[in-house]
Design a protein around this ligand. Structure first.
Ligand code: NDP
Length: 313
């Protein structure tokens, strides 16, 4: 069995993968680029394109290094049913949780205002910008790995957390959980709205102009899920009108964010370049999931993190 590996893991992890695969009788084939895969792999570890999937009909299982798989599940061709798809959800939650909290604290403690004064060398003791997260309501869209880690941290700051997910069920550390059909009921309660959703047919432009309008005037919006979950043009309008007071955005409808996007020049917008849940250790952490799944695969067991391509996550 040929296993192709494009994930840029550390040298130590590469050696561990090689030894584990060879001990199981598999043939590891490490490549720097997908187009260097020339054999007929049965398994691939690394992020792939739909063209790669169709170019290698020998494939039976793909383990990605990302949690989001929308490039495969929302591609112009359907993801083949006979291929198992597993993602790396579980790797990114802690970083994502810290990232959203950092962004919320930035706005709550008025850092935009104080940083602007710092750059001008001005000591302005205006305390009206120095507010609290304590007692504020966070509406959190998505309660998976990312969402739960955001919720835990928000609760540690004494925020009230209302979570929205697709399927019903309580989630530890979340004060109230509602399903997505109740989204419109909870948006008016949000002082802060954080998105940790995958991009699927259902979540595309879930946050449209109408729903942004349901937020209380002065709410803050954060997105570390996928850019197209928000109608970006509608968000720009809401930021310009002041209806949305500020936004912390890590993901965008088009990436890299084009140079002429008005978002770059808005003082009430924080932009990070799709690193909002990353650390330098991501690929090795994803490799741990791959190795665990590889052991399961060779034993014929159910894999972890199986994606349902029809749901998109
Ligand atoms: P999970 O699969 O663990 O969680 C997904 C959550 O989204 C679940 O709670 C699920 O609900 C919910 N959900 C899915 N569809 C809907 C819907 N239509 N309405 C409401 N809720 C819905 O994923 P992760 O938390 O690991 O990652 C989430 C996404 O974040 C990824 O798909 C990826 O796109 C993005 N991401 C971004 C990163 C970055 O660097 N910015 C890094 C990692 C991930 P339910 O619980 O009911 O199934």
């Amino acid at each position: 069995m040929i296993v192709s590996i494009s994930a840029p893991v550390s040298a130590a992890m590469r050696e561990r993968i090689r030894q584990t695969l060879e001990a199981a009788g598999a043939v590891p084939c490490f490549v720097d680029r997908l187009r260097d895969v020339r054999e007929a792999p049965v398994v691939h570890f690394g992020d792939v394109t739909i063209d790669f999937v169709y170019a290698h009909p020998s494939l039976r299982w793909i383990q990605t290094t990302s949690a989001g798989v929308d490039r495969l599940t929302l591609a112009d061709r359907p993801f083949p049913r006979e291929i198992l798809l597993t993602n790396a959800s579980g790797v990114f939650g802690v970083a994502g949780g810290e990232h959203i909290l950092a962004m919320m604290l930035h706005f709550a403690r008025g850092f935009s205002f104080y940083l602007a004064n710092q750059r001008r060398g001005e000591w302005v003791r205006d305390i009206s910008h120095a507010r609290l997260l304590k007692g504020q309501t966070l509406v959190l869209l998505g309660l998976g790995d990312l969402g739960r880690e955001v919720a835990r941290r928000a609760r540690a700051f004494d925020m009230r957390v209302i979570g929205v997910k697709r399927t019903p069920g309580e989630v530890e550390g979340v004060d109230r959980v509602v399903t997505s059909d109740r989204l419109d009921d909870v948006l008016p309660l949000a002082d802060h709205l954080a998105i940790t959703l995958p991009l699927t047919k259902e979540t595309h432009h879930l946050l449209n102009a109408r729903r942004l309008g349901l937020l209380p005037r002065g709410a803050y919006v954060y997105n570390i899920g996928r850019g197209a979950v928000i109608d970006q043009a509608a968000l720009v309008d809401a930021l310009m009108s002041g209806h949305v007071a500020g936004a912390g955005l890590d993901v965008f409808e088009e990436e890299p964010l084009p140079a002429d996007s008005p978002l770059w020049r808005m003082e009430n917008v924080l932009i990070t370049p799709h690193i909002g849940a990353d650390t330098p250790w991501d690929f090795d952490a994803a490799a741990e999931i791959f190795l665990d799944n590889f052991a399961r695969y060779t034993r014929g067991e159910t894999l972890r993190n199986v994606v349902d391509p029809s749901l998109g996550y």
